[in-house]
Every structure is written in structure tokens, then in C-alpha cells.
Design a binder for this molecule. Structure first.
Ligand code: BES
Ligand code: MN
Ligand code: ZN
Length: 494
């Protein structure tokens, strides 16, 4: 959907949506449609029993005094708790397939900020998202007809700036993350994925790809053992964005990129295994976030690292009982080859700690089924060694509405990882599955580095339970917006 920002006066084509407060209060261009209709609007509102209550709406087709095909009134109640993104999303969802190609949202005269006007466009774009690339027989009636979105607002220049300098590029990142998660595993496998990331160099990102040979030299046996049963070569991709002061220590974003998780020799059951194409959702959020940062020219130094592997059972595959030496030197008894995400992240975290030496680092991973048991699909789980960082994430979460909830870590959980044969085993047993996974990761975080792990197994991919109008497909793109907010609030202009 092409987005533009215009002055808030009546338009002459497509659908015009006007936000209406309680008591039929309208502002800006909306009031002009109402006046031009010479009583038709008020009569129609009365007939529809519409008073401006939040979420209620009605339409007049071929409204009197206007050239638009349809005038739609959308209630926003008092307007005090106006969620612009949700508004844009709900309106778009209700009109997306209706045959019209042009939609104008009139948001002027109601006291909304340029940020809110820009966010209405983001909500609309997210609600219009489809992943139909592989559908050759989709009837036109099932394809979105809306192509052009106009946001009519009192200060279009300011709203446009807010969109172009922040919300638009960040939304591009979210959409990229969605695409990456939705692509099938025969298209997005480690090398193909790395090649896609390489394309982001056009945004000014530096992209470095490490293959198996290089990772072997670095001693990344923990990451490598996961991909060892696959015919696809494992990759680690390092994205660097230097938008901050020269010499400023970077923030680091790390993502689990298991392009398909069969479970390996500890094979998963067949039902729904296809969903495990989304086991690279953490890495997709990191790639999407880096894309957003670069496209909006963020004034911060940020390094993104993703570990890309395919977890397959095979004659070469890692076996339950194998003991491997991670890059950190710590040894791991692999008791379950399906607890592979932490093996990948262990080497990514150690690499980041020693080679990047970041000011702070956050990793995202579709790490445990247990996080779905604890938090369902609404909140991602946050685990952190640092209260300040945890608070920063909670704040970013509050603004972006990518919801998170902090869960504890603690040395009491460590004994669950004891192995009789090595420094640790890679599973903790039945209890506190998400916490023991976090406890495992923490062992690979360099001393003194503020770190957080966000378990996005329930939020990055949603085969069902998509209640939010912004979520239209399996891949949600969760995390790209959260990470951009975190960087913007804590690393830019400081
Ligand atoms: N990728 C899965 C976690 C997952 C489950 C993501 C459901 C999304 C939806 C992860 O690699 C995994 O298999 N975890 C195991 C860990 C266990 C073996 C300790 C799990 O959660 O069952
Ligand atoms: Mn697994
Ligand atoms: Zn996995």
C-alpha cells in the first residue's frame, strides 16, 4: 500500500473515513463532508443509531455534496485513549477486499499528534499485509483491492516526517521479518537466507557472512553441531550499522535462525511440524530491526548477529549423549537434539561478548514450547541479568504494543543443568523449561555485559490465535519494532 500525507480537506475519490467523537463531534475535513451533505450525514447517523462510540461505524454510499464513493464514519469515543495503529488496522481490515483502491483516513482537527497520524498508516499497512506469493489460483475477490492510502491531517508535513524518518522504515522492517518467517524452508535455508541479508547492504549496512570453515576455526562447535545433520551449510551473519559516534561501543542484537527444526535425532512428531519453518523468527526480528535502523539512518552503533542452521536427523547428525566443546570452552552434553536453539545462541553470545564487546545485548529466539504454556501467544518472555535493561525493554514494549513479560532467572535453577559427564547438559527437565533455557544462555554471556533474552516462540509465529487486526499471517514480525524503539530511546542522541 502506497502511503501519502495530505492536508485535511475533503478528497474526491475512493473511500473517505472520518474519525468521529462521542456526540458526533468531527474536526477538520470531516466537518466539511458533514456540512456538504446538508443533513444527510446526521439523518444517516440517526438511522444507524451511531453516536460516535468507539469502534462503531456506518457508511453512506455516494454521499450528498461529495465526490467520494463512500463516506464512512468511525467512532473513536472520547478520543482520549485513541490508539492510532489499531484504528488504521481495524478500518483497513474492514475495507481491504471491498473493490476500492483508494482509502483516505481523515484525522485532522481532533488534537492528534503527528506521531499518531503516522502510526495510523503503520496499522493500515500491517493489516493489509498478505503472503500470497505462491498462490496462483487466488480469486480477485480474495486479493486486497486497496492500493493507495492517504492520511489527511492538519500538519501533513510533520506527520510525513514522522513516517519517513521513523515509522515507515520500521514498518518496512516488520514486513521484511514477516516475509522471512512465512517463506518456506526450501526457499529460506541458511545460505539463501544469508544471501537475502547480504542484499541489505544497499541500505548502508555492512554484512559479513561466516561459513562453516571459518566457524570451525573459531571453535563454534555448539552452533555447528546443530547443522551437522543437514546438507545445507550453516552460516553466521554479522550486520553492522555505524550511525553513531565513532568509537562508541555498539548495542548488539542476536537472533536464533533455525531455518527448519525437525528436532534432529530427537525427532519431533509429524503433526504441525511444518510450523517449524518459523523457528528463525528471532533472527527475522533482528534482520528486520537492522533494516529499519539502516533505512531510518539511526544515530547509533548497532551490530546484529544471526546464527543460521537447519536441524536435521541424518547419519552425520549430532547424537543424544554427544559432548561438544563450545567456542567459550565450556563443554555441553547434548541430551536432546531438539533443544538446539540454545546451542546455536551459545556461540553467538560468546562471539558477541568477546569480539563485539557490546554496551548491552538482546537476543531473540523461538526457544521453548514452555513459554507458550506460560504466556500463550500474547506476551513474549523476557529474561535478563540487568534490571535497568529489563525496564528499558518493558518501556519499549509499552510504546510499540509488542507485549513482553519478565520472568525470573536465578542460580537456584542452575543445578537442573548439571551433567554427569560435561560442564552442563542442554536440557533442564520438565520444570521451568523456559527459565532453564535462559539460565543456559546466561552462561555464555560475558561478565558485566547487560543482557536480555526474549523468548518469542509464542509471538513471532502464530499458526492460530491472531486476534489483533495487525496480525494477518503466521509470521508476525514481532520484535523488529520493539528493538528499534529500544535503540531509539536508549542509544540515539545520548
Ligand atoms: N523451536 C523449538 C521451540 C518452539 C516450540 C518454538 C513451539 C515454537 C513453537 C525448540 O527448538 C524446541 O524444540 N524446544 C524444546 C526444548 C526441549 C527439548 C527442552 C521444547 O520446547 O520442547
Ligand atoms: Mn527444537
Ligand atoms: Zn528450535
Amino acid at each position: 500500500m502506497k502511503v501519502s500525507f495530505i492536508a485535511d480537506t475533503p478528497v474526491t475519490s475512493g473511500i473517505a473515513v472520518i474519525a468521529v467523537k462521542n456526540g458526533l463531534k468531527t474536526g477538520g475535513g470531516a466537518a466539511d463532508y458533514v456540512a456538504a451533505s446538508k443533513g444527510q450525514f446526521k439523518a444517516a447517523a440517526k438511522a444507524a443509531n451511531f453516536k460516535g462510540d468507539k469502534g462503531k461505524n456506518f457508511s453512506i454510499f455516494a454521499p450528498a455534496g461529495s465526490k467520494v464513493n463512500r463516506l464512512m464514519a468511525w467512532g473513536i469515543g472520547t478520543g482520549d485513549d485513541f490508539d492510532a495503529e489499531m484504528f488504521g488496522a481495524k478500518v483497513t481490515k474492514s475495507l481491504l477486499m471491498n473493490g476500492e483502491s483508494e482509502l483516505t483516513l481523515h484525522l485532522g482537527g481532533l488534537g492528534f499528534t503527528p506521531d499518531q497520524a503516522a502510526r495510523a498508516a503503520v496499522g493500515a499497512r500491517l493489516a493489509a499485509y498478505r503472503f500470497d506469493n505462491y498462490r496462483t489460483k487466488l480469486p480477485v475477490s480474495k486479493k486486497p483491492s486497496l492500493k493507495k492510502l492517504k492520511i489527511a491531517y492538519d500538519k501533513p508535513t510533520k506527520a510525513r516526517a514522522s513516517y519517513n524518518n521513523y515509522h515507515g522504515p520500521v514498518c518496512d522492517g516488520t514486513i521484511l521479518a514477516r516475509d522471512l518467517v512465512n517463506e518456506p524452508p526450501n526457499v529460506i535455508y541458511p545460505k539463501a537466507y544469508a544471501a537475502r541479508i547480504k542484499k541489505l547492504e544497499k541500505l548502508g549496512l555492512k554484512v559479513q557472512v561466516l561459513g562453516e570453515k571459518r566457524m570451525k576455526t573459531l571453535g563454534m562447535n555448539s552452533l555447528l553441531c546443530v547443522g551437522q545433520g543437514s546438507v545445507r551449510e550453516s552460516q553466521m551473519v554479522i550486520m553492522t550499522w555505524n550511525g553513531g559516534k565513532k568509537g562508541d561501543k555498539p548495542a548488539c542484537l542476536i537472533g536464533k535462525g533455525v531455518t527448519f527444526d525437525t528436532g534432529g535425532i530427537s525427532l519431533k512428531p509429524g503433526a504441525n511440524m511444518w510450523d517449524m519453518k518459523g523457528d528463525m523468527g528471532g533472527s527475522a526480528a533482528v534482520v528486520g530491526a537492522m533494516c529499519g535502523l539502516a533505512a531510518r539512518k539511526a544515530k547509533a552503533n548497532v551490530v546484529g548477529i544471526v546464527g543460521l542452521v537447519e536441524n536435521m536427523p541424518d547419519g552425520n547428525a549430532v547424537l543424544p549423549g554427544d559432548i561438544i566443546t563450545s567456542m567459550s570452552g565450556q563443554t555441553i552434553e547434548v541430551q536432546n537434539t531438539d533443544a538446539e536453539g540454545r546451542l546455536v545462541l551459545a556461540d553467538c553470545l560468546h562471539y558477541a561478548s568477546t569480539k563485539i564487546k557490546p554496551k548491552a545485548m538482546i537476543n531473540l529466539a523461538t526457544l521453548t514450547g514452555a513459554i507458550l504454556v506460560a504466556l500463550g501467544t500474547e506476551h513474549a518472555g523476557v529474561f535478563s541479568n540487568n534490571d535497568k535493561l529489563a525496564k528499558q525493554i518493558a518501556d519499549a514494549s509499552e510504546t510499540t504494543k509488542e507485549k513482553t513479560w519478565r520472568l525470573p532467572l536465578g542460580p537456584e535453577y542452575d543445578k537442573l543443568l548439571d551433567s554427569p559427564n560435561a560442564d552442563m547438559k542442554n536440557i533442564g527437565g520438565r520444570l521451568a523449561g523456559s527459565i532453564t533455557a535462559g539460565q543456559f544462555l546466561q552462561r555464555f554471556v560475558g561478565k558485566g555485559i547487560p543482557w536480555a533474552h526474549i523468548d518469542v516462540a509464542g509471538t513471532a509465529m502464530k499458526p492460530s490465535n491472531r486476534h489483533d487486526p495487525r496480525e494477518t499471517t503466521f509470521g508476525t514480525g514481532f520484535g523488529a519494532r520493539l528493538l528499534n524503539r529500544w535503540i531509539a530511546d536508549n542509544f540515539e542522541g545520548k
